[in-house]
Design a protein around this ligand. Structure first.
Ligand code: FVH
Length: 283
């Protein structure tokens, strides 16, 4: 089924989103602050709106993918939101999403927030995921259309849930990047080739560790941090040894030190018999 959909914001991501909607056969109206960025999309069948007001009036579903939430609000300020679904895929904080949902509802619109778990070349490809939360009825009405961009997954009625999960996923990613950087710096200090270490040793190891994370989730959810695998006292000694090795190799362990501090804090409370999952209670 073909829907009328407007896309506000034609940066790298907004352009990829609009392209995927056009490729799926939807009637797409686009608006961008710098109008020239619409040209490649016009050649693919998009219509260009001269103003955000015109773009919002053109379609019952309006997708916003702009720099930040203040720019979304400024763009929608004078637009007729009555009867419109605003799907805001701009990255932001949960508090901003909740505030924007109220602001849209106060103008007669429905609001769905979205967290894009993909980079532009991944859009419309297998593996691309967009997390949504907010108005469930609005999401269900347009789930088919939204699936042209990426797998849509609804995560709850709280508009702040999708951005919170988005930021949690990015947190996991940054933690992994921190580990990669420290490991690579240590290996480089010893002259071992990183082009061998990373693909043939580190990545399989991290994949094996990641496979255990659902069990960690059960521990953290239940609060039962008992372990038959590796207790905190052993990890405290292991991480201290690791940090000492970094100094001996002339490498800064700066990204590891905050983890060491939390392990030390937990064991100092007399909880060294617990597993690493117990560290969540210190956070
Ligand atoms: N690119 C990515 O990989 C990430 C993946 C995860 C999600 N993010 C978020 O998507 C939002 C847009 O990101 P983007 O990559 O498209 O960003 P740009 O290419 O820099 O485009 C920015 C667009 O925002 C428009 N814009 C900026 N300020 C204003 C304003 N004050 N009023 C109206 N529009 C504004 C800008 O317009 P112009 O500069 O072309 O005139 C672009 O359309 C973002 O939240 C990411 O975190 C992408």
């Amino acid at each position: 089924m073909s829907d009328n959909i407007s896309v506000l914001g034609l940066g790298l991501m907004g352009t990829a989103l609009a392209e995927s909607l056009l490729a799926a056969g939807h009637q797409v109206t686009v608006w961008n602050r710098t109008p020239a960025k619409a040209e490649p999309l016009l050649a693919k069948g998009a219509k260009q709106a001269a103003t955000p007001e015109e773009a919002v009036a053109a379609s019952p579903l309006v997708i916003a993918c702009l720099l930040d939430y203040p720019s979304v609000k400024a763009t929608l300020e004078g637009a007729p939101l009555e009867g419109r679904v605003i799907a805001n895929l701009t990255t932001g904080r949960p508090s901003e999403a909740r505030e924007t949902a109220e602001w849209v509802a106060g103008r007669g619109g429905e609001y769905v927030d979205g967290g894009i778990m993909a980079v532009p070349p991944m859009i419309a490809q297998p593996g691309a995921l967009i997390l949504y939360s907010g108005s469930r009825t609005a999401f269900e009405r347009y789930e088919g259309a939204l699936s042209a961009m990426a797998e849509p997954r609804f995560t709850g009625d709280d508009p702040g849930m999708a951005p919170l999960l988005d930021l949690a996923m990015l947190t996991g990613m940054y933690g992994q990047i921190a580990g990669l950087l420290e490991a690579a710096a240590l290996v480089r200090s010893a002259g071992y080739p990183l082009t061998d270490f990373v693909p043939s040793l580190l990545v399989p190891w991290l994949n094996a560790m990641a496979a255990q994370q659902p069990q960690w989730a059960e521990k953290m959810a239940s609060g039962d941090h008992s372990t038959q695998v590796s207790n905190l006292e052993i990890n405290r000694a292991g991480v201290a040894n690791l940090v000492q090795t970094f100094y001996e190799q002339g490498v800064k362990p700066d990204l590891l030190l905050p983890l060491k501090a939390v392990i030390d804090q937990r064991t100092a409370r007399g909880l060294g018999h617990e597993g690493l999952s117990g560290l969540i209670e210190e956070l």
